[in-house]
Design a protein around this ligand. Structure first.
Ligand code: NAP
Length: 278
């Protein structure tokens, strides 16, 4: 039996995203034996829960253990990054990988805050990472070696599927893969409410809507054009056509695109603010 490679990962931030990532990394059982250390700011209950659930090691003071990590994942809020990066800049070595999951930070933001040549990456998962179904965007810095690239891809694999792309694409597409699940959940809630109005209980309504959305998603993933798939459901002059006409009259597509634009505008203004605070 091949011996697994042991890689030590330090998470700075022990919240929802760190939990989802750790869960994915442990579940995946790939070619790497992850030795996971986790630090947060002050919430010892949250840290203890991670230790209990995933048998990770809790770290009180990440600065004292950073030097032993192969990979350092920044999983705290964007506005907490600059103070942490200032500390990390004094400690990080060129053989370590520093990856952030924070909205708006950017691989160039990490590189600018850390010593020249630091290996950096920026991952943008969504909440489905917790069930191994995230569509994660990832921009990888120029200094990243093949060894760390492989480790990064193993982490991403634990979260679901990934799309390695440019930093600008991560900025542009975060609204689609990161935020649009919230749009889809609103869509689901509206249908769920309609189903319950017809006397179906909430549990059944949720199941009906969820399975309908899963089936539609799987059809999209066959590669067919969504409009062609819609046409298969729609007899001209029929019942579905009447429903679609109402959506069209309400400018459903225009509003959805406006929601994507608003999300991107806000993300850009937040990342600009974070850079100013540096
Ligand atoms: N949730 C999502 O869907 C999602 C998706 C993509 C990316 N992200 C990104 O993931 C990051 C974390 O989000 P989250 O949802 O996991 O947030 P969260 O649940 O609020 O957790 C944030 C964690 O960061 C820790 N923290 C805050 N400031 C810190 C500091 N200065 N030093 C060390 N630890 C610190 C907190 O510790 P205490 O609890 O002790 O304060 C907490 O453990 C964010 O940057 C977000 O943009 C989230």
């Amino acid at each position: 039996m091949n011996k697994l490679t042991q890689v030590r990962v330090l998470f700075i931030g022990a919240g929802r995203m760190a939990r989802a990532m750790i869960s994915g990394m442990i579940r995946q059982r790939g070619a790497i034996d992850w030795e996971i250390h986790v630090a947060n700011r002050s919430n010892s209950v949250r840290l203890a829960e991670l230790v209990e659930t995933f048998r990770v090691t809790a770290v009180r003071d990440w600065q004292t253990t950073a030097s032993q990590a192969d990979v350092i994942v920044l999983a705290m809020p964007p506005d907490e990054h600059q103070p942490v990066l200032r500390e990390l800049a004094k400690l990080v070595r060129k053989d370590q990988l520093v990856a952030s999951v924070a909205a708006g930070i950017g691989v160039s933001g990490l590189q600018a805050a850390l010593p020249q040549g630091t290996q950096c990456a920026w991952m943008m998962p969504n909440t489905a990472a917790g069930i191994g179904e995230s569509m994660t965007l990832c921009a990888i810095g120029d200094s990243v070696t093949e060894v760390h690239r492989h480790r990064l891809l193993e982490i991403l694999h634990g979260l679901g599927l990934s799309f390695v792309c440019t930093e600008q694409q991560v900025h542009d597409l975060t609204a689609i893969t990161g935020s649009a699940p919230a749009f889809a959940f609103q869509f689901a809630k509206a249908l769920e409410d309609s189903a319950t109005q017809f006397g179906v209980d909430l549990h059944d309504a949720r199941h009906l809507v969820g399975q309908m959305m899963l089936g539609a998603a799987k059809l999209i993933l066959t590669g067919q054009d969504p409009l062609a798939l819609a046409a298969e459901v729609t007899t001209p002059g029929g019942a579905t056509a009447a429903g679609l006409a109402v959506l069209e009259e309400a400018q459903f597509t225009t509003h959805l695109q406006a929601a994507v634009d608003a999300t991107n505008r806000k993300a850009r203004s937040l990342s600009a603010k974070s850079a100013e605070d540096a």
